[in-house]
Design a protein around this ligand. Structure first.
Ligand SMILES: [Zn+2]
Ligand SMILES: [Zn+2]
Length: 415
């Protein structure tokens, strides 16, 4: 019995490790680290080797059907990862709770029930609510959410699939096959997009999951420490007064005696930084007034600017708006005062019928252009959590300064 559980624990650890590598291995920041190397081995070298073997054995029939399956899994909506996530949660709870329950105080029991329930609740809320799908019926409402910033979102772009004008900050999701308002990213854990309508639920899912893994780590170590103390009365929480080998032996013995609690505690210890990291990244995006999708557009601009291909000039506040591509009014409290464009030849734009007044200035870095969607951390936060009610208090103050762009976001496309 213990052997089986140990194997289950190892399988769970291995799967979570590979999940970590799959998600973080492709980040540019980790390219030259062991994580990046393992990522390349798993996703590049091993598949290549297997394809060569398959070519010899079945003339490549097996790899053809596998890549077809992989294509479906990668390009269509399916709940595989969501089911994996729910199983990871529930199997860990089934392993952990029965042996731990009798050792928990009443307060901890109440806390545990509360903390265990919340991730399921917000997973359901994030997955079941409309992320902000853009339809012909709600299109004019979606167009009024944000003004175009004439930098990463220009008016007049039509989605080739939905045949609708793309509202500012929206993106067509190739997996959901719909346009999504204030699209952040397509999240395989909730099997849907994170956008204007469910961004807050997604953040609450991350927050409550981070709390869950942290609390379980704490409770797990507390229980195991209590168990050690029954055998070794002089034991303290950090095992001070013991040599390293005694310390390691005592923990090895404890984990063997309490495999179920030990395995789940270790899993929670290892996954906590991952969940907190993702949460921190999304809080950073809110602080910077951007989304995962937009942070990739900003990175592209950064590259254009460094090359010297980006130019900006002023947009007058009383400019005439083309009502067929841009609404006269949006609920956002500020409007763009600049237009930023790139040119193919690195020379200032000439006679292309572009709007704006005055000379074109070359832009060398993101800090030199304004991010229209950054109103400061609290207002950005407010816009995520209470978007419908956010700006009533601003109507009176009129225009307000916007801050500069996010500087080269590190982890575009994670999560
Ligand atoms: Zn679309
Ligand atoms: Zn999607």
């Amino acid at each position: 019995m213990m052997g089986t559980l140990q194997n289950v624990a190892i399988v769970v650890l291995v799967i979570s490790f590979f999940t970590f590598v799959a998600f973080f291995g492709r980040l540019p920041a980790l390219r030259n680290t062991p994580i990046g190397t393992i990522h390349r081995i798993i996703w590049l070298h091993i598949p290549r080797g297997l394809r060569v073997v398959d070519q010899r054995l079945t003339q490549g029939r097996l790899s053809a059907s596998i890549s077809k399956l992989a294509h479906t899994l990668w390009h269509d909506r399916h709940p595989v990862v969501m089911i994996f996530f729910i199983l990871l949660l529930s199997v860990s709870e089934i392993l952990f709770l029965p042996p731990a329950w009798a050792m928990l105080s009443t307060t901890r029991k109440v806390n545990a029930v509360f903390i265990l329930t919340l991730p399921y609740l917000f997973l359901y809320a994030a997955a079941a609510s409309d992320p902000g799908y853009i339809t012909p019926e709600n299109h004019s409402h979606q167009m009024a959410l944000y003004p175009y910033d004439f930098t990463i979102f220009h008016p007049g772009q039509t989605c080739r699939t939905c045949h609708l004008l793309k509202p500012a900050r929206s993106k067509h999701c190739s997996i959901c096959k719909r346009c999504v308002a204030k699209m952040d990213h397509h999240c395989i854990f909730i099997n849907g997009c994170v956008g204007y309508g469910n961004h807050h639920y997604f953040l609450l899912l991350l927050l409550t999951t981070a709390f869950l893994t942290t609390y379980a780590t704490y409770i797990g170590f507390a229980i195991l420490s209590d168990q050690v103390r029954i055998q070794v009365p002089s034991w303290t929480a950090w095992g001070s007064g013991f040599t390293w080998s005694q310390y390691a032996n005592i923990w090895a013995w404890t984990l063997q005696e309490h495999t179920r609690i030990g395995a789940v505690t270790l899993l929670c210890l290892l996954t906590s930084p991952l969940v907190w990291g993702l949460l921190g990244y999304h809080v950073y995006l809110i602080w910077a007034g951007t989304t995962t999708n937009e942070s990739m557009k900003w990175s592209d601009w950064q590259a254009e600017m460094t090359e010297g291909f980006a130019f900006k000039r002023e947009l007058p506040s009383d400019r005439q708006k083309d009502q067929s591509i841009e609404l006269a009014w949006t609920r956002w409290p500020v409007e763009s005062e600049q237009i930023v464009v790139r040119t193919e030849d690195g020379l200032p734009p000439r006679g292309q019928g572009l709007i704006g007044v005055g000379e074109w200035q070359r832009v060398w870095k993101l800090a030199d252009v304004e991010n229209l969607y950054d109103l400061g951390f609290w207002d950005n936060f407010w816009d995520v959590f209470w978007p419908r009610y956010g700006f009533h208090h601003r109507a009176a103050n009129g225009n307000q300064e916007t801050r500069s762009c996010p500087t080269s976001p590190a982890g575009a496309g994670v999560g």
